[in-house]
Design a protein around this ligand. Structure first.
Ligand SMILES: Nc1ncnc2c1ncn2[C@@H]1O[C@H](COP(=O)(O)OP(=O)(O)OP(=O)(O)O)[C@@H](O)[C@H]1O
Ligand SMILES: [Zn+2]
Length: 843
């Protein structure tokens, strides 16, 4: 037959066969793209944006993204073949590739680093060597004795079938585990194999349904009943199925069937009878791929009707969008910006475009998602780091397939495969958490989202009660539109803000530990009225450090130049920079005294003391330590919303955009550490933080009070906060920035030089600064300087700050020059082992 076909249809003439090459992005920090040859038979399958498998180096097999296809063979090496194609359709879209290139250029990193951050790991392929038991290995009759570590590996392999090298390392908790692997191979107990696997697996449920002929013909079903009558257990199952899936009412219901575990999980039904029915072909088993996300949203709701102010703001925004691509909605806390966003999202969806709604913090998504689900149902995708990899891959695929038209997410959502965006919303646009510090790409999601919108012709709405100076400046100069809402929604008023001088209170012995008498009285009054309280302290843990009362010994991190923080609940001293931890000693290791005292205070101590002072109050804490688990944010927020908790204590997590109706008091326990931060943005940040946390009080009806504890109430910032006078802040700041040449008048780049050896770090930084100064100017290169924390993870640090003019041509040539200079520096033999981190627009 096939010969006949060949005879009738001769192969196409070879002239039509073009040799194509693919440039691919490997998920590695490599400076350039690699070119692979596409085998002819894959010419139609390899598309820009699909994943292909290639060999890289002698042993590695990797999956990578095709960035370009062309006919030019590489000049300096022989291209290897693409081994396989993984996707029928691109999983990275064309506008996404453009954006990724922009990120790599602008933030001075490689495309590989961008792809690595962008793709959920479930979409990245791994080729890792794996171990499995040797097929002929018989553990019972072994005569070669195994070391304890080897027994552990064998045991785990019996449980898991296969392990990667990394898994073995974790299992043994050892770095030099390779020798055990080698020994087991020699003993022929295990073998090694290479496996490329697609890690994303859809969620599948086992289902059963009635075989179709029983449904289509009633007579058949009746006969079945007759047949099963002598077998009551099987009959029971049939009846149970028909009760859950009433096919006599609607035959189509049978197609969806019933989850098998509804039957197998029922203790009154016989398991063996289920199996018999399946074996006899009465029931038929099948698998169904289901979504990992909820499909039941409760009753769908219409968006709330906008107030007059909100409707006005919306009209202004839409009007401005006709002339400008970007608009800032500057609305005071509680003015109802969220409802305006929802209205605009609806509008954008009706026009057929996609929408991205960015939020700075997972805690905030918990509240807003509930609200949006009710309006947008299963069109809404949610994306953040507390999701499992498979869930993230599912959102990614859902956007590609068109299932999700709106996505709410944090920073990393800017990597998602949108191709038809019409609106981007950046809520709380001033938030520093939009900036990624580590690892590369060190991007700012606000700037990146603006670029993404630009590339796809979408409009961007930024929102904040306390806009960043940069954003407001763009509005003032007319580049962006500005819309203001100056009143809270409904009858709610702005809260009263009172200052308590803790220095005076201390002298007058009016402080109970970290609480002024005023703050305690106010808390008690709220509890009495069944109202709620939020307390803010900008440090987690119990105390930032401990000290011996006798000899002044202070425990420090072994790897970093910081003191260890005390965490009381697990009696641990912990480094907040590298994670190093040790047990809290009972006496001073230096002098043996038993007088170790905790100094300063964090959220844990606030919680502890509240519980002692107010034993009847329910106190909960929200900080990094209490929100490690996947649903802990939701739980804490739900408990507070429902009134189960009376007082919520937290770090900056409690300050952002949260909306509770019953909170009438907010306390800021120690304002001073926030104001005295050594940074040109310190004043701006402090204002934002105070106004935002204050903004959680009195949002619905009840009058709100804010108490700020400080040792220096006369500082000018408090006047601005009390008067909610953003303009005063902006004008003061913009003048300073202009005078001292800071953003938005220049672009900053921070270069951190790191080395194990303190002198090498210092010397290399001096050389680098000199080289850069020669190419730029003295005014543009600041430093090197030893940062306040001069050693982290055993590396000594030096910092250089660079100020560049904003014109984009100059900016990119300067960046190239900086990258080159660093590259040259690292090649010098004196500076072996040097690491240099470049952070563009540091936060
Ligand atoms: N049109 C409306 N109808 C009914 N309730 C509304 C309406 N608009 C806003 N609200 C309510 O007013 C409160 C404040 O609104 P929202 O949380 O949107 O404020 P916001 O401007 O985002 O404040 P923040 O800057 O502090 O986050 C919410 O509880 C919200 O449900
Ligand atoms: Zn450390």
């Amino acid at each position: 037959m096939s010969e006949l076909l060949n005879f009738n249809f001769p192969p196409e003439p070879a002239v039509d066969r073009v040799t194509l090459f693919a440039d691919v992005i490997l998920p590695l920090p490599l400076p350039k793209l690699y070119t692979y040859r596409i085998p002819f038979e894959m010419n139609d399958e390899v598309l820009v944006g699909v994943r292909v498998i290639v060999q890289f180096g002698a042993k590695k097999v990797l999956s990578c993204i095709v960035a370009d296809i062309h006919e030019n063979a590489p000049a300096d090496y022989q291209a290897k073949y693409v081994l396989d194609v993984l996707d029928d359709k691109p999983i990275v879209t064309a506008p996404q590739l453009k954006l990724f290139k922009w990120i790599a250029d602008y933030y001075m990193c490689t495309l590989g680093e961008v792809i690595n951050a962008a793709l959920p790991s479930a979409l990245k392929l791994s080729s890792e060597s794996r171990l499995q038991l040797h097929p002929s290995y018989e553990p019972e009759e072994d005569d070669i004795p195994l070391a304890t570590q080897e027994v552990k590996i064998i045991y785990a392999l019996q449980q898991n079938q296969a392990l990667t090298f990394t898994e073995v390392g974790n299992l043994l908790q050892l770095k030099n585990y390779h020798k055990y692997i080698k020994s087991l191979i020699q003993k022929e107990a295990i073998i090694i194999f290479e496996q490329v696997s697609d890690k994303y697996s859809p969620k599948v449920v086992k289902k059963v349904r009635l075989s179709e002929h029983f449904v289509q013909e009633e007579a058949m079903l009746e006969e079945l009943f007759a047949q099963l009558t002598p077998k009551p257990k099987q009959l029971d199952i049939l009846l149970n199925y028909l009760q859950k899936v009433p096919v006599h009412q609607d035959k189509n219901l049978n197609i969806r069937g019933l989850e098998k575990n509804v039957l197998t999980g029922n203790p009154h039904l016989s398991q063996s009878a289920i199996t018999s029915l399946i074996r006899k072909g009465v029931l038929e088993q099948f698998d169904q791929i289901v979504s990992r996300f909820p499909t039941d949203f409760g009753a769908m709701q219409m968006p709330m009707a906008l107030s007059e102010h909100q409707a006005e703001a919306r009209e202004e925004i839409l009007g401005l969008f006709k002339q400008k691509d970007t608009v800032l909605l500057h609305g005071v806390t509680g003015s109802g910006k969220t409802e305006v966003y929802i209205d605009l999202i609806k509008h954008a969806l009706e026009g057929g475009g996609q929408v991205l709604y960015l939020l700075p913090e997972i805690a905030l998504t918990a509240q807003i998602v509930t609200r949006l689900m009710k309006v947008f149902g299963d069109q809404l995708g949610v994306y953040h780091s507390k999701f499992s990899d498979n869930e993230r891959a599912e959102v990614w695929q859902g956007i590609l397939s068109g299932k999700f038209q709106v996505v709410v997410g944090v920073r990393s959502s800017i990597f998602l495969p949108f191709h038809n965006l019409s609106l981007v919303i950046i809520d709380e646009e001033h938030e520093p958490s939009y900036k990624q510090y580590d690892p590369a790409p060190r991007y700012n999601a606000r700037e990146t989202a603006l670029m993404m919108a630009h590339l796809q012709g979408a409009k961007t709405l930024l929102g904040s009660a306390t806009p960043s100076v940069e954003t407001y400046h763009n509005c003032k100069t007319g580049r962006w539109g500005l819309v203001s809402m100056t009143k809270r929604f409904g009858a709610a008023q702005m809260p009263d803000i009172e200052l308590v001088n803790t220095r005076d209170e201390q002298k007058r012995k009016k402080m109970h530990s970290h609480f002024s008498a005023k703050l305690i009285n106010e808390i008690e009054a709220r509890l009495h009225r069944q109202e709620q309280v939020i307390l803010f302290q900008n440090r987690r843990g119990y105390a930032p450090f401990i000290a011996c009362d006798e000899c002044s010994w202070i425990p420090k991190c072994k790897h970093c130049a910081v003191s260890l923080s005390y965490h009381k609940y697990n009696q641990e001293l912990r480094c907040h920079y590298c994670g190093y931890h040790e047990r809290m000693p009972s006496d001073c290791p230096a002098c043996g005294a038993t007088t170790l005292k905790s100094m300063g205070f964090g959220t844990e101590k606030v919680e502890d003391e509240l519980k002692l002072m107010l034993p009847n109050a329910e106190v909960q804490r929200m900080d990094l330590d209490t929100t490690k688990k996947k649903n802990s944010y939701q739980q804490i927020i739900a408990d507070f919303e429902s009134g189960r908790t009376n007082i919520l204590v937290g770090t900056q997590m409690v300050t952002k955009g949260l909306d509770f109706e019953n909170v009438s008091l907010v306390g800021i326990l120690n304002a001073d550490t926030i104001i005295n931060f050594p940074d040109f943005r310190a004043h701006e940040r402090a204002y934002q933080l105070f106004v935002q946390v204050s903004g959680r009080a009195g949002r619905k009806g009840k009058h709100g009070t804010v108490i700020i504890q400080t040792r220096d109430p006369l500082q000018s910032i408090f006047r601005k906060v009390r008067n909610n006078d953003y303009l005063a802040l902006y004008e003061h700041e913009i003048e300073e920035r202009m005078r001292f040449n800071f953003p938005p008048f220049v672009r900053m780049i921070k270069i951190t030089v790191k080395h194990e050896d303190e002198r090498t770090a210092e010397n290399s930084a001096i050389v680098l600064a000199k080289e850069l100064t020669d190419q730029l100017s003295k005014e543009q290169v600041l430093g090197p300087e030893v940062p306040y924390i001069f050693k982290i993870r055993n590396l000594f640090l030096q910092e250089i700050h660079i100020k560049l003019p904003r014109q984009s041509g100059q900016l990119s040539s300067s960046k190239r020059m900086i990258a080159d200079t660093i590259h040259q520096l690292k090649l010098l033999p004196d500076f072996k082992g040097l690491r240099v981190v470049v952070d563009v627009d540091p936060a």
